[in-house]
Design a protein around this ligand. Structure first.
Ligand code: PDD
Length: 278
């Protein structure tokens, strides 16, 4: 496997990162995951714009963001991933400083920039049968709009889902559904798609944006409005939105059945329309 590290394309075995790296010591960094469909990057500009914003919010000086398109394409090519689905992962940290101190290292400290590409299987069976979620308290920090590598609350929540036989954990903050551990959340109430408005409590998902743009074309009314946990049982359909899930029907929440227990009509219409764009 060929990866990119600090300006060089090398084999993964050769890629080494300092134990002083602030990504390792403080989770002081950001990341993106971009889907490649048969060698074509999906909404790369949106992902790179979001990464630039994450860096700005953390006061990390952004490198040349446009170069990541070429880097990603080369990784797909060199790892012979042009024929199927793949994910490109990009991570940037504030670099390695000699002494562990919380405040920023000297300005001239080079960033650590890493990227890799790996094959992914589209979740055809889950799309067909639907997925299950659990609800869990949102114990994350108040800047979930930054795609930071500090994902411990997400890791713990996703593991909790797995141990309960579910596919994703969806966070609830003060009685309001925010998003999943690695997806955005949306529900259909009386034919209308409802999803949390953009705020510091959710990641502004690229998939979420594509779906919100598709809705008017498909005649689906949209409301960006908080979904209360207490109202979820009245939802006709639920879905997860994300780079790997695309548009994923949810048929079970905490063991109870959503709608008639099979993937919703509106959800499947959106999944089909989304897949046509890829
Ligand atoms: N996760 N919310 C969270 C917390 C996420 O981590 C993600 C993506 C999303 C969906 O965003 P997008 O549609 O831009 O992928 C929402 C990535 C895929 C991950 O952590 O692997």
């Amino acid at each position: 496997m060929i990866v990119y590290l600090n300006g060089r394309f090398i084999s993964k075995e050769e890629a080494t990162i300092s134990p002083d790296d602030r990504g390792f010591l403080f989770a002081d960094g950001v990341y993106e995951v971009i889907h490649s469909y048969k060698g074509r990057l999906f909404r790369a500009e949106d992902h790179l714009d979001r990464m630039k914003r994450s860096l700005r919010e953390l006061r990390i000086k952004a490198p040349d963001m446009a170069s990541f398109k070429e880097i990603s394409e080369k990784l797909i090519q060199d790892n012979t991933l042009r024929n199927g689905d793949a994910n490109v992962y990009i991570q940037i940290t504030r670099g390695a400083a000699f002494i562990r101190k919380h405040a920023f290292p000297p300005e001239e400290t080079p960033l650590t920039i890493y990227a890799c590409a790996s094959p992914v299987e589209p979740p055809h069976e889950k799309w067909e049968k639907g997925s299950s979620i659990i609800l869990t308290p949102d114990i994350r920090w108040a800047r979930c709009d930054i795609k930071s590598v500090a994902l411990l609350a997400n890791v713990m929540a996703c593991q909790q889902a797995k141990e309960n036989g579910a596919d994703e954990a969806v966070f609830v903050r003060d009685g309001v559904i925010t998003e999943g551990s690695h997806t955005n959340f949306s529900a259909i109430f009386d034919g209308q798609l409802v999803t949390a408005p953009k705020s510091n409590y959710i990641l502004p998902g690229v998939t979420r944006k594509v779906v919100l743009d598709l809705c008017p074309e498909l005649g689906i009314p949209v409301k960006e409005f908080p979904i209360f946990e207490a109202d979820l049982k009245h939802a006709d359909e639920c879905m997860l939105l994300g780079t790997t899930a695309e548009v994923m029907p949810v048929v079970q929440v905490d063991g109870w059945q959503v709608g008639n227990g099979s993937p919703g009509e509106v959800t499947m219409k959106l999944l089909r329309a989304f897949r046509e764009l890829t």
